[in-house]
Design a binder for this molecule. Structure first.
Ligand code: DOR
Ligand code: ZN
Length: 348
């Protein structure tokens, strides 16, 4: 741990974010826009964002929900299905604001039922993406119920990712929200067209957090938190200086009623304090000097976008995130680290 009192970072971006829609969007968007200049916006709405036309409309709703005086650029994604037409990829590339296509294996997570059942069905689309350089963002878990839930990422690498990369060696792939040493090692050993995002919660917590003092649903996300050895491997990867690891919060809001219930939803809400949570993790690893590249340089470099201008400042100041935010009429949104002591605070 350092005794640095403040750090300035080039304004960062969030390369994996759930903004939702409607009233939920209006609540969560200001949290992200305060910290990040841009974000890769996940397409798992109901119905999912499968076309450039739908992405155009969603982007307009995001911009309309932005409070006056805030700047934020939503980088849109398309939700890949078994029947996504090749022309949709061409339209996405031409749009210049659809920046990637998201692969959800059908049934892997929230609103993934319309996802891909068999990647063979997407061969023409993947060929076009490989040709045009449009990245594929991968939720890397198999959905086979016979596979232990803690092993689904590791098995995905063998069963899906390796064959995919053999078949499309030039495809740009972001292995999203990696959670295991296996994924970190795999990505580190890959070439320049494969990268990974890492969440703050997977850097800060291991699976004990889900069960500490009773069942803690706000620590339940997918892919689920793993063992301590995996957390440590993720922390090493994030702080290694390897430019193919970058920040993606996977901040995923759900109303309290949908979290604190039998069959509760997966997702940790971290947008309220995303940078602070990453700073906490990097500080604990004595690697605050690596935070700027991870948060502000590696993502745009991989996506071929300009780095941001302007900066944000984190100060060493103890504070506690609120217990909850008002959300969706009478409900609340419980953020991660609610009421816990954090040691870094973004100024402004
Ligand atoms: O925990 C998660 N929540 N993982 C996902 O992949 C989806 C997300 C959500 O949309 O709530
Ligand atoms: Zn996600």
């Amino acid at each position: 741990m350092t005794s640095t009192m403040q750090i300035a970072l080039t304004r960062p971006d969030d390369w994996h974010l759930h903004l939702r829609d409607g009233d939920a969007l209006a609540t969560v968007l200001p949290h992200s826009a305060r910290q990040f200049a841009r974000a890769i916006v996940m397409p798992n709405l109901r119905p999912p964002v499968t076309t450039v036309a739908a992405a155009t409309a969603y982007r307009a709703r995001i911009l309309a929900a932005l409070p006056a005086g805030m700047a934020f650029e939503p980088l849109m994604t398309l939700y890949l299905t078994d029947s996504t037409p090749v022309d949709e990829i061409r339209r996405a590339v031409a749009s210049e604001f659809v920046r990637a296509v998201k692969l959800y294996p059908a049934g892997a997570t929230t609103n993934s039922d319309a996802g891909v059942t068999n990647l063979d069905r997407c061969a023409a689309v993947l060929t076009e993406m490989e040709r045009s350089g449009l990245p594929l963002l991968v939720h890397g878990e198999v959905t086979d119920s016979k596979i232990d839930v803690f092993d689904r990422e590791k098995v995905f690498i063998e069963r899906v990712l390796k064959p995919l990369l053999v078949r499309y060696p030039g495809l740009k792939v972001v292995f999203e929200h990696i959670t295991t040493r296996d994924a970190a090692d795999f990505v580190a050993a890959c070439g320049p067209n494969i990268a990974a995002t890492i969440t703050a919660h997977h850097l800060l917590y291991n699976r004990n957090a889900i069960f500490a003092g009773g069942l803690r649903p706000h620590y339940y996300c997918l892919p689920v938190l793993k063992r301590e050895v995996h957390r440590q491997a993720l922390l090493r990867a994030a702080t290694s200086g390897n430019p193919r690891f970058f920040l993606g919060t996977d901040s995923a809001p759900h109303p309290r009623v949908s979290k604190e219930v039998d069959g509760g939803c997966a997702g940790c809400y971290t947008a309220h304090a995303a940078l602070e949570l990453y700073a906490e993790a990097f500080d604990a690893a004595d690697a605050l000097h690596r935070l700027e590249a991870f948060a502000s340089f590696n993502g745009p470099d991989f996506y071929g976008l300009p780095r941001n201008t302007g900066s944000v400042t984190l100060v060493r100041e103890a504070w506690r995130p609120p217990a909850a935010f008002a959300y969706l009429g009478g409900d609340t949104l419980v953020p991660l680290a609610a009421g816990e002591l954090l040691r870094w605070k973004m100024r402004g």
